[in-house]
Design a protein around this ligand. Structure first.
Ligand SMILES: Cc1cc2nc3c(=O)[nH]c(=O)nc-3n(C[C@H](O)[C@H](O)[C@H](O)COP(=O)(O)OP(=O)(O)OC[C@H]3O[C@@H](n4cnc5c(N)ncnc54)[C@H](O)[C@@H]3O)c2cc1C
Length: 386
């Protein structure tokens, strides 16, 4: 039986370990601390078809069907919400709306358009200088990463996955067609394949510095009544998103800054919090009485085209890497894991747009505007300008 080691117990490594374990292979998952410790535990949990990620439709659909299968096993993983996107018509919003509505139509997702009074009725308390337009769909979800981690632990036991927590990997070497993985307490173990899914740390070991960007992604919880407890709101004008956490609290993002070291990403930036709260209270003036309850951040990484990558580390045959989930790992991870399973178990080629090879075609950039790459001319939540 083939032995496969996965390094990194975030959402990508963990869903990959589960999906691989459904085939006839022996899977070991190494995690530096605990399952879902870093970015994967910090996510707001949004899964949406409302973002400008045309190429992502398949990944997101695959992830959703994975979560549905787990839910059928009895785990209350996610709840359904409505996605409301806000655009400013005066700032090229009409173009953005055309792009988004044509995508929603291609994907067969029904939507409703609001402006003026109908928007105020839909989102009471909103400040609209008369130029806002809203689009609503009924295909959004908020996933609870704590429940997912618990579900995966149980699935690992059922499928015989060895989960090694507090077991940081120190080195990975290919030697005579076998991978040697050295970890802190376990010494050196031999595997047929190793897959690095350790978030921004993987970039260092795979020599991808300069090919992907590492940034800090931040969110905050505010105790206040959401304008609609069943709606996720993406405000493309003020670059914030609002997720109803419960009836009297919301998670609000965005805010990101480039990092030199992944570790720096674990310290939230107070200026970002202030900026995000200002944007929130400008758009929803009645939220200024809310109370800031918590702030957190984590490092994320993104390739220049914003599309995840996976495949062998360049120059290697049996050491693989997967990453570049950006601020969308909850939406994308099981979809990316599927691509790897199809490749490793069923021998299918990795589509070029998701391959590691594409990374080496980019010149080393000195400046990148991610939102331009995602969708020329439109704003983008989680926008990073480097
Ligand atoms: C504030 C915030 C909000 C977000 N909101 C959303 C959202 O609403 N929707 C969405 O889709 N996405 C969201 N994201 C993005 C999402 O969280 C990430 O894309 C996703 O979690 C990345 O998963 P990962 O498994 O690739 O990496 P990680 O979760 O970073 O996992 C990597 C793991 O590798 C481990 N590791 C590192 N080094 C080693 C080593 N040497 N040995 C062993 N293990 C190691 C780490 O401990 C870590 O657990 C958000 C992110 C943040 C920070």
């Amino acid at each position: 039986m083939k032995r496969i080691a996965i390094i990194g117990g975030g959402i990508l490594g963990a869903t990959l370990a589960h999906l691989l374990s459904l085939s006839d292979v022996e899977v070991t998952l190494y995690e530096k601390t605990q399952l879902f410790h870093e970015a994967s535990s910090k996510a707001a949990g949004i899964i949406t078809f409302q973002l400008y990620l045309d190429h992502d439709y398949k990944l997101t659909s695959a992830s959703l069907s994975y979560y549905r299968r787990l839910r059928e096993k009895g785990y209350e993983l996610y709840r359904k919400v409505n996605g409301v996107s806000l655009f400013d018509k005066a700032k090229d919003g009409e173009h953005c709306i055309r792009v988004m509505t044509s995508r929603l139509e291609n994907w067969g997702i029904p939507y409703k358009r609001y402006e003026g009074r109908s928007l105020e009725e839909r989102l009471p308390g909103i400040y609209d200088p008369g130029t806002l337009v809203g689009l609503e769909t009924w295909r959004d979800y908020v996933l609870d990463t704590g429940t997912l981690a618990q579900a995966l632990r149980e699935q690992f036991q059922e499928r015989g996955v060895s989960l090694l927590e507090y077991e940081p990997v120190l080195s990975i070497k290919e030697h005579n067609g076998i991978v040697e993985v050295e970890s802190e307490n376990n010494g050196v173990e031999k595997y047929d394949y190793t897959i690095i899914t350790s978030g921004p740390w993987g970039v260092r070991v795979a020599g991808l510095q300069g090919k992907v960007f590492i940034y800090s992604c931040q969110a905050q919880t505010i105790k206040t009544n959401p304008p609609d407890p069943d709606a996720s709101i993406y405000d493309y004008t003020d670059e914030i998103y609002i997720v109803p956490e419960s009836r009297n609290s919301i998670i609000i993002g965005d805010g990101c800054r480039p990092l030199n070291q992944p570790e720096e990403g674990l310290n939230p930036d107070q200026n970002i919090t202030l900026g995000v709260i200002e944007a929130l209270t400008t758009r929803f003036p009645n939220m200024e009485h809310g109370e800031l309850a918590s702030v957190w951040s984590s490092p994320c990484e993104v390739a220049m085209d914003g599309i995840p990558y996976t495949g062998p580390v360049i120059g290697q045959k049996i050491i693989f890497i997967a990453g570049g989930l950006d601020g969308y790992g909850i939406m994308r991870a099981p979809g990316v894991a599927n691509i790897l399973v199809d490749h490793l178990i069923h021998g299918e080629p990795i589509p070029w747009i998701y391959s590691t090879e594409k990374l080496y075609q980019y010149p080393k950039p000195t400046r990148i505007v991610i939102n331009e790459l995602y969708n020329p001319g439109c704003g983008h939540i989680n926008t990073c300008v480097f």
